[in-house]
Design a protein around this ligand. Structure first.
Ligand code: P6P
Length: 338
């Protein structure tokens, strides 16, 4: 009988810690607690249909989006468990307008956690996969308390980023930056451990999938329309196919493994959101950090997402992310070169 269950994510993180002579164990402690948080969220998501935690709480968040009961649960769990750990100087959540302070009675650390606690939660009640997205920066200010400048750092300065996807299985996919690769771990029910299942993920240079919400076609610029028309053209060899779940983590994860491009362009549909719906700090940057380390690319149509100097905590950004050749082609269309 096979006894080894393979490498756990904790073993993987400790292995990377041993390779870093300056490591103090703080980063390992931070990621390990984040993994506990994801297991707690996964358990609630997977029993959502049974427990009384489907549906909405009857208020909107800072994004103007209806708050799902599980949004609140996930956000609360992250704030409580990560805030008490002693490794963070602040938390920035998609659900909260302002930075979350670490209570005075708890020690502060040298890291910043930025997260979308439960991305895609509008899909929860219909049993579609959703996820938790996280981004970790090192504190850069000398203030004992974190300041906004510690959070508003460009994406290339992240020290780790990734996501948990709560789907047919619960997975963790993350990277700790250039040279460390992108690795996927699958939660083994009954054992409660994330086991290495997708080592050194590489996204195909060119995909065969394009993912975009075409209901916005009439709200796009002419260049975006021509780009999407290109992906639909029968002249492509091999032809592209359309896949769009409406859950960023799910659409991104599929394209990361199979190749393809996910697009959320600017549109004129909502004057409050001229740069599209997705957020730079808690969605675009962490996914861009992962896809770049996996050999892909992420752009706002003009420049790499990871090079954007953030100006506001919840700023939105057009997002073209996935296979390098497809995203570079998108840039050429967006810049009127095609
Ligand atoms: P639309 C979910 O609400 C989300 O933030 C992302 O997970 C997803 O990619 C996007 O919105 C879907 O937006 O406008 O196509 O419904």
């Amino acid at each position: 009988m096979k006894t080894s269950i393979g490498m756990t994510v904790t073993e993987h993180i400790l292995e990377q810690e041993r390779e870093n002579p300056e490591a103090t164990g703080a980063f390992t402690s931070l990621l390990s607690e984040l993994i506990v948080v994801a297991k707690i969220i996964s358990r609630e998501v997977n029993k959502a249909g049974i427990a009384d935690i489907l549906g909405y709480v009857g208020r909107q968040n800072v994004q103007g989006e209806e708050v799902h009961k599980l949004d609140e649960f996930a956000n609360r769990t992250i704030i409580q468990r990560m805030g008490h750990l002693g490794q963070l100087c602040t938390i920035a959540s998609e659900e909260n307008a302002d930075l979350i302070k670490i209570p005075a009675k708890y020690p502060k650390g040298n890291y910043v956690l930025i997260c979308d606690p439960l991305d895609g939660s509008s899909n929860l009640d219909v049993n579609v996969s959703i996820g938790t997205i996280f981004s970790i920066h090192r504190k850069i200010s000398s203030d004992e308390d974190c300041i906004l400048g510690d959070v508003l750092q460009p994406g290339y300065k992240q020290v780790a980023a990734g996501y948990f996807i709560y789907g047919s299985s619960t997975m963790m996919v993350f990277t700790t930056g250039p040279g460390h690769g992108v690795h996927g771990f699958t939660l083994l029910p009954g054992v409660g451990e994330f086991l290495l299942s997708h080592e050194n993920i590489r996204i195909p240079e060119r995909g065969r999938i394009f993912s975009v919400n075409e209901s916005y076609y009439n709200y796009w610029s002419e260049n975006v329309r021509r780009l999407v028309d290109h992906f639909k053209s029968p002249d492509n060899k091999p032809a592209y196919t359309a896949r769009y779940i409406g859950s960023l983590v799910s659409d991104f994860h599929r394209n990361l493994l199979q190749g393809g491009i996910f697009m959320y362009p600017s549109d004129t549909k909502d004057p409050r959101k001229p740069h599209g719906k997705l957020r730079l700090m808690c969605e675009a940057n962490p996914m861009a950090f992962v896809v770049t380390e996996a050999g892909g690319y992420a752009s706002n149509g003009e420049k790499p997402i990871l090079e954007i100097e953030p100006e506001e905590l919840h700023q939105r950004v057009p997002l073209f992310i996935g296979s390098k050749e497809d995203v570079e082609l998108a840039e050429e269309y967006l810049q009127g070169k095609m």
